[in-house]
Design a protein around this ligand. Structure first.
Ligand SMILES: NC(=O)C1=CN([C@@H]2O[C@H](COP(=O)(O)OP(=O)(O)OC[C@H]3O[C@@H](n4cnc5c(N)ncnc54)[C@H](O)[C@@H]3O)[C@@H](O)[C@H]2O)C=CC1
Ligand SMILES: Nc1nc(=O)c2c([nH]1)NC[C@@H]1CN(c3ccc(C(=O)N[C@@H](CCC(=O)O)C(=O)O)cc3)CN21
Length: 317
Protein backbone atom coordinates (compact mmCIF):
# COMPACT_ATOMS: atom_id res chain seq x y z
CA UNK A 1 0.00 0.00 0.00
CA UNK A 2 1.15 3.56 -0.65
CA UNK A 3 2.52 5.53 2.31
CA UNK A 4 -0.03 8.24 1.54
CA UNK A 5 -2.82 5.63 1.88
CA UNK A 6 -1.35 4.28 5.12
CA UNK A 7 -1.48 7.83 6.45
CA UNK A 8 -4.95 8.71 5.21
CA UNK A 9 -6.37 5.43 6.59
CA UNK A 10 -4.71 5.86 10.00
CA UNK A 11 -6.70 6.42 13.16
CA UNK A 12 -3.64 7.07 15.32
CA UNK A 13 0.05 7.97 14.91
CA UNK A 14 1.77 5.29 12.82
CA UNK A 15 5.14 3.70 13.54
CA UNK A 16 7.83 2.83 10.99
CA UNK A 17 11.41 1.59 11.24
CA UNK A 18 14.52 1.90 9.13
CA UNK A 19 17.25 -0.71 8.72
CA UNK A 20 20.55 -1.06 6.90
CA UNK A 21 21.28 -4.17 4.78
CA UNK A 22 23.74 -6.43 6.64
CA UNK A 23 27.42 -6.45 5.71
CA UNK A 24 28.16 -8.73 2.77
CA UNK A 25 28.49 -12.36 3.91
CA UNK A 26 25.77 -12.20 6.57
CA UNK A 27 22.49 -14.00 6.12
CA UNK A 28 18.93 -12.71 5.91
CA UNK A 29 18.47 -14.09 9.42
CA UNK A 30 20.41 -11.13 10.76
CA UNK A 31 17.58 -8.94 9.42
CA UNK A 32 14.89 -11.11 11.02
CA UNK A 33 16.81 -11.22 14.34
CA UNK A 34 16.92 -7.42 14.23
CA UNK A 35 13.28 -6.91 13.30
CA UNK A 36 11.57 -9.74 15.23
CA UNK A 37 11.68 -7.90 18.59
CA UNK A 38 10.20 -4.80 16.97
CA UNK A 39 7.24 -6.41 15.24
CA UNK A 40 4.98 -6.32 18.31
CA UNK A 41 4.86 -2.53 17.84
CA UNK A 42 3.09 -3.04 14.51
CA UNK A 43 5.18 -0.91 12.16
CA UNK A 44 3.27 0.12 9.05
CA UNK A 45 6.39 -0.31 6.92
CA UNK A 46 10.15 -0.81 7.06
CA UNK A 47 12.60 1.42 5.18
CA UNK A 48 15.71 -0.28 3.81
CA UNK A 49 18.70 1.94 2.97
CA UNK A 50 20.64 1.58 -0.30
CA UNK A 51 24.42 1.56 -0.50
CA UNK A 52 26.83 2.22 -3.31
CA UNK A 53 30.16 0.51 -3.77
CA UNK A 54 33.18 2.21 -2.30
CA UNK A 55 36.72 2.40 -3.57
CA UNK A 56 39.26 0.56 -1.43
CA UNK A 57 42.93 -0.30 -1.70
CA UNK A 58 43.76 -3.99 -1.32
CA UNK A 59 47.30 -5.25 -0.72
CA UNK A 60 48.44 -7.72 -3.39
CA UNK A 61 50.86 -10.66 -2.94
CA UNK A 62 53.74 -8.56 -4.37
CA UNK A 63 53.16 -5.91 -1.72
CA UNK A 64 51.63 -3.37 -4.11
CA UNK A 65 48.15 -2.03 -3.64
CA UNK A 66 45.36 -2.32 -6.16
CA UNK A 67 42.25 -0.17 -6.32
CA UNK A 68 39.08 -2.23 -5.98
CA UNK A 69 35.38 -1.44 -5.85
CA UNK A 70 33.70 -3.08 -2.86
CA UNK A 71 30.00 -3.07 -2.16
CA UNK A 72 29.80 -3.74 1.55
CA UNK A 73 26.04 -3.68 1.92
CA UNK A 74 24.33 -5.04 -1.18
CA UNK A 75 20.86 -6.56 -1.16
CA UNK A 76 18.32 -3.76 -0.66
CA UNK A 77 15.91 -5.06 -3.31
CA UNK A 78 16.06 -8.67 -2.05
CA UNK A 79 15.71 -7.60 1.58
CA UNK A 80 12.59 -5.58 0.72
CA UNK A 81 11.09 -8.67 -0.94
CA UNK A 82 12.05 -10.85 2.03
CA UNK A 83 10.46 -8.43 4.53
CA UNK A 84 7.21 -8.27 2.57
CA UNK A 85 7.11 -12.03 2.27
CA UNK A 86 8.07 -12.83 5.87
CA UNK A 87 6.19 -10.15 7.81
CA UNK A 88 3.46 -9.28 5.29
CA UNK A 89 4.14 -5.57 5.67
CA UNK A 90 5.35 -2.95 3.23
CA UNK A 91 9.03 -2.35 2.61
CA UNK A 92 10.25 1.03 1.40
CA UNK A 93 13.59 0.93 -0.43
CA UNK A 94 15.82 3.99 -0.60
CA UNK A 95 16.96 4.66 -4.17
CA UNK A 96 20.09 6.76 -4.59
CA UNK A 97 21.83 8.58 -7.43
CA UNK A 98 25.42 8.05 -6.29
CA UNK A 99 27.24 5.08 -7.77
CA UNK A 100 24.51 4.05 -10.20
CA UNK A 101 23.83 4.76 -13.85
CA UNK A 102 20.30 5.69 -14.90
CA UNK A 103 20.04 2.31 -16.60
CA UNK A 104 21.00 0.41 -13.45
CA UNK A 105 18.44 2.48 -11.57
CA UNK A 106 15.77 1.71 -14.16
CA UNK A 107 16.48 -2.01 -13.83
CA UNK A 108 16.26 -1.81 -10.03
CA UNK A 109 12.91 0.03 -10.33
CA UNK A 110 11.62 -2.67 -12.70
CA UNK A 111 12.59 -5.34 -10.15
CA UNK A 112 10.86 -3.40 -7.36
CA UNK A 113 7.75 -3.05 -9.48
CA UNK A 114 7.70 -6.79 -10.27
CA UNK A 115 7.98 -7.49 -6.55
CA UNK A 116 4.91 -5.39 -5.80
CA UNK A 117 6.76 -2.65 -3.93
CA UNK A 118 4.60 0.48 -3.90
CA UNK A 119 6.89 3.15 -2.43
CA UNK A 120 10.41 4.46 -2.92
CA UNK A 121 12.40 7.13 -1.08
CA UNK A 122 14.52 8.96 -3.67
CA UNK A 123 17.79 10.46 -2.50
CA UNK A 124 21.01 11.74 -3.93
CA UNK A 125 23.02 9.64 -1.48
CA UNK A 126 26.26 10.33 0.33
CA UNK A 127 29.67 10.91 -1.26
CA UNK A 128 31.99 7.98 -1.75
CA UNK A 129 33.92 7.71 1.53
CA UNK A 130 37.15 8.37 -0.37
CA UNK A 131 35.91 11.50 -2.14
CA UNK A 132 35.85 14.96 -0.65
CA UNK A 133 32.42 15.65 -2.12
CA UNK A 134 29.58 13.94 -3.95
CA UNK A 135 30.34 13.16 -7.58
CA UNK A 136 27.59 11.81 -9.80
CA UNK A 137 28.25 8.99 -12.25
CA UNK A 138 28.76 10.29 -15.81
CA UNK A 139 25.62 8.42 -16.88
CA UNK A 140 23.83 8.73 -13.56
CA UNK A 141 21.44 11.20 -11.94
CA UNK A 142 23.22 14.17 -10.34
CA UNK A 143 20.50 15.20 -7.88
CA UNK A 144 17.54 13.62 -6.13
CA UNK A 145 15.18 15.71 -8.31
CA UNK A 146 16.60 14.05 -11.46
CA UNK A 147 16.07 10.62 -9.97
CA UNK A 148 12.57 11.67 -8.95
CA UNK A 149 11.83 12.68 -12.55
CA UNK A 150 13.08 9.27 -13.71
CA UNK A 151 10.63 7.51 -11.38
CA UNK A 152 7.81 9.87 -12.39
CA UNK A 153 8.57 9.06 -16.05
CA UNK A 154 8.41 5.33 -15.32
CA UNK A 155 5.08 5.94 -13.58
CA UNK A 156 3.94 7.37 -16.94
CA UNK A 157 5.34 4.41 -18.90
CA UNK A 158 8.36 6.39 -20.17
CA UNK A 159 11.52 4.27 -20.14
CA UNK A 160 15.08 5.38 -20.94
CA UNK A 161 15.00 3.42 -24.18
CA UNK A 162 12.54 5.22 -26.41
CA UNK A 163 12.08 2.04 -28.49
CA UNK A 164 9.83 0.90 -25.67
CA UNK A 165 6.37 2.06 -26.66
CA UNK A 166 3.27 1.50 -24.55
CA UNK A 167 5.61 0.51 -21.71
CA UNK A 168 3.99 -0.71 -18.51
CA UNK A 169 3.38 2.09 -16.02
CA UNK A 170 4.74 1.71 -12.52
CA UNK A 171 2.78 3.18 -9.61
CA UNK A 172 5.43 4.21 -7.14
CA UNK A 173 4.50 6.60 -4.38
CA UNK A 174 7.63 8.76 -4.09
CA UNK A 175 9.17 10.14 -0.92
CA UNK A 176 12.01 12.65 -0.58
CA UNK A 177 14.32 13.82 2.22
CA UNK A 178 13.76 17.04 4.20
CA UNK A 179 16.24 18.80 6.46
CA UNK A 180 14.93 20.60 9.55
CA UNK A 181 18.48 21.90 10.09
CA UNK A 182 19.19 22.49 6.34
CA UNK A 183 21.20 20.18 4.07
CA UNK A 184 24.84 20.91 4.82
CA UNK A 185 25.63 21.68 1.19
CA UNK A 186 22.75 24.11 0.67
CA UNK A 187 23.88 27.74 0.75
CA UNK A 188 20.96 28.70 3.00
CA UNK A 189 17.62 27.49 4.34
CA UNK A 190 15.66 29.41 1.71
CA UNK A 191 17.38 27.62 -1.17
CA UNK A 192 17.02 24.31 0.69
CA UNK A 193 13.27 24.97 0.92
CA UNK A 194 13.04 25.92 -2.79
CA UNK A 195 14.72 22.64 -3.74
CA UNK A 196 12.31 20.73 -1.56
CA UNK A 197 9.39 22.59 -3.10
CA UNK A 198 10.69 21.73 -6.57
CA UNK A 199 10.62 18.04 -5.63
CA UNK A 200 7.06 18.37 -4.39
CA UNK A 201 5.98 20.23 -7.57
CA UNK A 202 7.52 17.40 -9.59
CA UNK A 203 5.60 14.64 -7.86
CA UNK A 204 7.00 13.86 -4.40
CA UNK A 205 4.17 12.65 -2.15
CA UNK A 206 5.78 12.51 1.28
CA UNK A 207 8.83 13.89 3.10
CA UNK A 208 11.03 11.98 5.55
CA UNK A 209 13.28 14.17 7.61
CA UNK A 210 16.85 13.92 8.64
CA UNK A 211 17.25 13.08 12.33
CA UNK A 212 16.95 15.95 14.83
CA UNK A 213 17.19 16.10 18.61
CA UNK A 214 15.34 19.34 19.22
CA UNK A 215 11.67 19.15 18.30
CA UNK A 216 11.44 22.92 17.89
CA UNK A 217 13.64 22.56 14.78
CA UNK A 218 11.07 20.13 13.34
CA UNK A 219 8.09 22.35 14.27
CA UNK A 220 9.75 25.35 12.59
CA UNK A 221 10.53 23.24 9.51
CA UNK A 222 6.91 22.07 9.19
CA UNK A 223 5.71 25.66 9.52
CA UNK A 224 8.15 26.83 6.83
CA UNK A 225 7.02 24.02 4.52
CA UNK A 226 3.34 24.91 5.01
CA UNK A 227 4.12 28.63 4.48
CA UNK A 228 5.71 27.60 1.18
CA UNK A 229 2.61 25.66 0.23
CA UNK A 230 4.25 22.27 0.74
CA UNK A 231 1.26 20.33 1.97
CA UNK A 232 2.31 16.68 1.76
CA UNK A 233 2.88 14.56 4.92
CA UNK A 234 6.13 15.26 6.77
CA UNK A 235 7.48 12.26 8.67
CA UNK A 236 10.04 12.91 11.42
CA UNK A 237 13.16 10.71 11.39
CA UNK A 238 14.27 9.78 14.92
CA UNK A 239 17.42 8.28 16.35
CA UNK A 240 18.47 7.52 19.92
CA UNK A 241 21.81 8.69 21.27
CA UNK A 242 23.49 5.73 22.94
CA UNK A 243 27.07 6.77 23.62
CA UNK A 244 29.19 9.79 24.45
CA UNK A 245 31.11 9.30 21.20
CA UNK A 246 27.98 10.11 19.22
CA UNK A 247 28.01 13.67 20.58
CA UNK A 248 30.77 14.37 18.06
CA UNK A 249 30.12 11.63 15.47
CA UNK A 250 26.50 12.55 14.70
CA UNK A 251 27.07 16.28 14.12
CA UNK A 252 30.05 15.39 11.90
CA UNK A 253 28.22 12.81 9.76
CA UNK A 254 24.68 14.17 9.72
CA UNK A 255 25.24 17.91 10.31
CA UNK A 256 22.72 18.13 13.14
CA UNK A 257 22.90 19.92 16.48
CA UNK A 258 22.63 18.23 19.83
CA UNK A 259 20.85 20.45 22.38
CA UNK A 260 22.93 21.58 25.36
CA UNK A 261 20.63 19.91 27.88
CA UNK A 262 21.05 16.52 26.19
CA UNK A 263 24.80 16.81 25.61
CA UNK A 264 25.38 17.92 29.21
CA UNK A 265 23.42 14.99 30.54
CA UNK A 266 25.35 12.54 28.32
CA UNK A 267 28.66 14.06 29.36
CA UNK A 268 27.80 13.46 33.00
CA UNK A 269 27.32 9.73 32.25
CA UNK A 270 30.12 7.41 33.35
CA UNK A 271 29.29 4.50 31.03
CA UNK A 272 27.65 3.95 27.62
CA UNK A 273 24.95 2.07 29.50
CA UNK A 274 24.09 5.27 31.35
CA UNK A 275 24.24 7.28 28.11
CA UNK A 276 21.81 4.83 26.55
CA UNK A 277 19.36 5.42 29.41
CA UNK A 278 19.55 9.18 28.91
CA UNK A 279 19.22 8.81 25.11
CA UNK A 280 16.22 6.49 25.50
CA UNK A 281 14.43 8.88 27.84
CA UNK A 282 15.15 11.82 25.53
CA UNK A 283 13.71 9.94 22.56
CA UNK A 284 10.60 8.97 24.56
CA UNK A 285 10.00 12.63 25.43
CA UNK A 286 10.63 13.70 21.83
CA UNK A 287 8.22 11.04 20.54
CA UNK A 288 5.46 12.02 23.02
CA UNK A 289 5.71 15.67 22.06
CA UNK A 290 5.72 14.91 18.32
CA UNK A 291 2.68 12.69 18.75
CA UNK A 292 0.88 15.49 20.55
CA UNK A 293 1.85 17.88 17.75
CA UNK A 294 0.03 15.51 15.39
CA UNK A 295 2.77 13.97 13.25
CA UNK A 296 1.36 11.25 10.98
CA UNK A 297 4.17 8.78 11.67
CA UNK A 298 7.07 8.31 14.08
CA UNK A 299 9.93 6.90 11.98
CA UNK A 300 12.85 5.35 13.90
CA UNK A 301 16.36 4.59 12.63
CA UNK A 302 16.86 1.29 14.42
CA UNK A 303 20.31 0.80 12.90
CA UNK A 304 22.06 -1.81 15.01
CA UNK A 305 20.10 -0.87 18.15
CA UNK A 306 16.75 -2.72 18.12
CA UNK A 307 16.82 -3.08 21.90
CA UNK A 308 16.96 0.67 22.44
CA UNK A 309 14.03 1.26 20.08
CA UNK A 310 12.15 -1.58 21.80
CA UNK A 311 12.62 0.20 25.14
CA UNK A 312 11.42 3.49 23.66
CA UNK A 313 8.33 1.79 22.19
CA UNK A 314 7.47 0.09 25.49
CA UNK A 315 7.53 3.43 27.28
CA UNK A 316 5.44 5.07 24.57
CA UNK A 317 2.42 2.79 24.72
N1 LIG B 1 16.59 12.07 5.23
C1 LIG B 1 16.70 10.82 4.95
O1 LIG B 1 15.87 9.96 5.23
C2 LIG B 1 17.93 10.35 4.27
C3 LIG B 1 18.89 11.21 3.79
N2 LIG B 1 20.00 10.75 3.16
C4 LIG B 1 21.05 11.66 2.69
O2 LIG B 1 20.63 12.93 2.28
C5 LIG B 1 21.61 13.54 1.44
C6 LIG B 1 21.12 14.23 0.18
O3 LIG B 1 20.00 13.69 -0.35
P1 LIG B 1 18.89 14.57 -1.02
O4 LIG B 1 18.43 15.62 -0.09
O5 LIG B 1 17.94 13.60 -1.54
O6 LIG B 1 19.69 15.24 -2.22
P2 LIG B 1 19.41 16.47 -3.13
O7 LIG B 1 19.97 16.11 -4.47
O8 LIG B 1 18.01 16.94 -3.07
O9 LIG B 1 20.31 17.57 -2.45
C7 LIG B 1 21.69 17.39 -2.24
C8 LIG B 1 22.38 18.75 -2.23
O10 LIG B 1 22.44 19.25 -3.55
C9 LIG B 1 21.83 20.52 -3.59
N3 LIG B 1 21.10 20.64 -4.87
C10 LIG B 1 19.95 20.05 -5.22
N4 LIG B 1 19.60 20.38 -6.46
C11 LIG B 1 20.56 21.23 -6.93
C12 LIG B 1 20.78 21.93 -8.15
N5 LIG B 1 19.95 21.81 -9.19
N6 LIG B 1 21.89 22.71 -8.28
C13 LIG B 1 22.75 22.82 -7.26
N7 LIG B 1 22.61 22.18 -6.07
C14 LIG B 1 21.53 21.39 -5.90
C15 LIG B 1 20.90 20.57 -2.40
O11 LIG B 1 20.68 21.90 -1.99
C16 LIG B 1 21.65 19.78 -1.38
O12 LIG B 1 22.59 20.56 -0.73
C17 LIG B 1 22.56 12.50 1.16
O13 LIG B 1 23.64 12.74 1.97
C18 LIG B 1 21.75 11.26 1.48
O14 LIG B 1 22.57 10.16 1.63
C19 LIG B 1 20.12 9.42 3.04
C20 LIG B 1 19.22 8.52 3.50
C21 LIG B 1 18.07 8.92 4.16
N1 LIG C 1 23.66 11.72 5.14
C1 LIG C 1 22.86 10.73 5.47
N2 LIG C 1 23.08 9.50 5.00
C2 LIG C 1 22.26 8.47 5.33
O1 LIG C 1 22.49 7.33 4.87
C3 LIG C 1 21.15 8.73 6.18
C4 LIG C 1 20.94 10.02 6.64
N3 LIG C 1 21.80 11.00 6.29
N4 LIG C 1 19.91 10.34 7.42
C5 LIG C 1 18.81 9.47 7.52
C6 LIG C 1 19.20 8.06 7.55
C7 LIG C 1 19.79 7.63 8.88
N5 LIG C 1 20.83 6.75 8.50
C8 LIG C 1 21.85 6.34 9.34
C9 LIG C 1 22.89 5.54 8.86
C10 LIG C 1 23.90 5.12 9.69
C11 LIG C 1 23.89 5.46 11.02
C12 LIG C 1 25.04 5.00 11.87
O2 LIG C 1 25.70 4.05 11.56
N6 LIG C 1 25.28 5.68 12.97
C13 LIG C 1 26.35 5.39 13.90
C14 LIG C 1 27.44 6.40 13.77
C15 LIG C 1 28.13 6.32 12.49
C16 LIG C 1 29.53 5.78 12.59
O3 LIG C 1 30.08 5.66 13.68
O4 LIG C 1 30.04 5.50 11.48
C17 LIG C 1 25.82 5.47 15.31
O5 LIG C 1 26.57 5.15 16.21
O6 LIG C 1 24.67 5.85 15.45
C18 LIG C 1 22.87 6.24 11.51
C19 LIG C 1 21.85 6.67 10.68
C20 LIG C 1 20.77 6.50 7.07
N7 LIG C 1 20.26 7.73 6.58
Amino acid sequence: MKITEHISNAKDTLISFEILPPLKGKSINSIYDHLDPLMEFKPSWINVTYHRSETAFKKKADGNFEKVEVRKRPGTVGICAAIMNYYKIDAVPHIICGGFSKRETEDALIDLNFLGIDNVLVLRGDADKNSASFEPEPDGNPYAIDLLKQVVNLNSGIYLDDDIRDGGKTKFCIGVAGYPEKHFESPNQQIDMQRLKEKVCNGAEFIMTQMFFDNQKFFDFVKKCRDNDINIPIIPGLKPITSRKQLSVLPRIFHVDIPAELSEEIMRCKTDEDSEKVGTEWLVQQSRELKKFGVPVLHYYTLGKPRVIQNVMKKLV
